[in-house]
Design a protein around this ligand. Structure first.
Ligand SMILES: *[C@@H]1O[C@H](CO)[C@@H](O)[C@H](O)[C@H]1NC(C)=O
Ligand SMILES: *[C@@H]1O[C@H](CO)[C@@H](O)[C@H](O)[C@H]1NC(C)=O
Ligand SMILES: *[C@@H]1O[C@H](CO)[C@@H](O)[C@H](O)[C@H]1NC(C)=O
Ligand SMILES: *[C@@H]1O[C@H](CO)[C@@H](O)[C@H](O)[C@H]1NC(C)=O
Length: 182
């Protein structure tokens, strides 16, 4: 009896802290004043750009399965604590040079199932903590040899299901931590 009363009081406190809807995203708060996770997946109607109402403290942002078409620095630069970003299954065909350069905490970038045609140094600029990069099922033909210059901590890269014809041997030489490549 005591156990179940305790359970319910804990459960109620928990529920008041999660499941709060802001805009169309589900938010989960971490410590006071900080938003940890925003789930904005499969929004109806789908987002066509990075939504701007999301709290800048966000650590884990899920925008998978929307219709985002391009990524610009001005839309992302507020999110300095962003560590996990899921942009899988959007329609991204353009990423501004340096678009992610304010995301110096980003460790996992998921951009599979989009429409990117090349992978350049400009796209990955400033991603010094990046460990996991998912770019499967895009239309990538070209990976410039300097693409990973600013990402020495990459451990996993998925470039499967693209249109890459050839890769320069020097492309991966700086990636001493790379263990998995598809
Ligand atoms: C982020 O959310 C917290 C709690 O909901 C709030 O106190 C804080 O003012 C928000 N920060 C911004 C920049 O909106
Ligand atoms: C990032 O998180 C730290 C605390 O972990 C906080 O002091 C800082 O204001 C946050 N930055 C942003 C842009 O929310
Ligand atoms: C990222 O999005 C994909 C596609 O919707 C989903 O399958 C995957 O579980 C998501 N992963 C995370 C960590 O959000
Ligand atoms: C990469 O693709 C974009 C858009 O398709 C194009 O504007 C840009 O010039 C390409 N860059 C390189 C280095 O091929």
């Amino acid at each position: 009896m005591v156990t179940s009363a305790l359970f319910w009081s804990v459960a109620i406190v928990y529920l008041t802290h999660i499941g709060r809807v802001s805009g169309d995203c589900w938010l989960i708060e971490g410590e006071k004043g900080f938003v940890w996770l925003a789930i904005c997946s499969q929004n109806q109607p789908p987002y066509e750009a990075i939504p701007q109402h999301i709290n800048s403290t966000i650590v884990d942002l899920r925008l998978n399965e929307n219709k985002i078409k391009s990524i610009h620095y001005s839309a992302l630069s507020r999110f300095a604590n962003l560590t996990y970003l899921n942009l899988t299954k959007n329609e991204i065909s353009y990423i501004e040079d340096g678009a992610f350069s304010a995301q110096f905490n980003l460790q996992v970038l998921q951009m599979g199932f989009n429409k990117l045609r090349n992978l350049t140094e400009g796209i990955l600029r400033g991603l010094g903590k990046l460990q996991y990069l998912y770019l499967q099922a895009n239309l990538i033909e070209t990976v410039t040899p300097n693409a990973f210059w600013e990402c020495p901590n990459i451990e996993n890269i998925d470039l499967s299901m693209n249109r890459i014809q050839q890769l320069d041997g020097s492309t991966f030489t700086s990636l001493t931590k790379l263990t998995t490549f598809y």
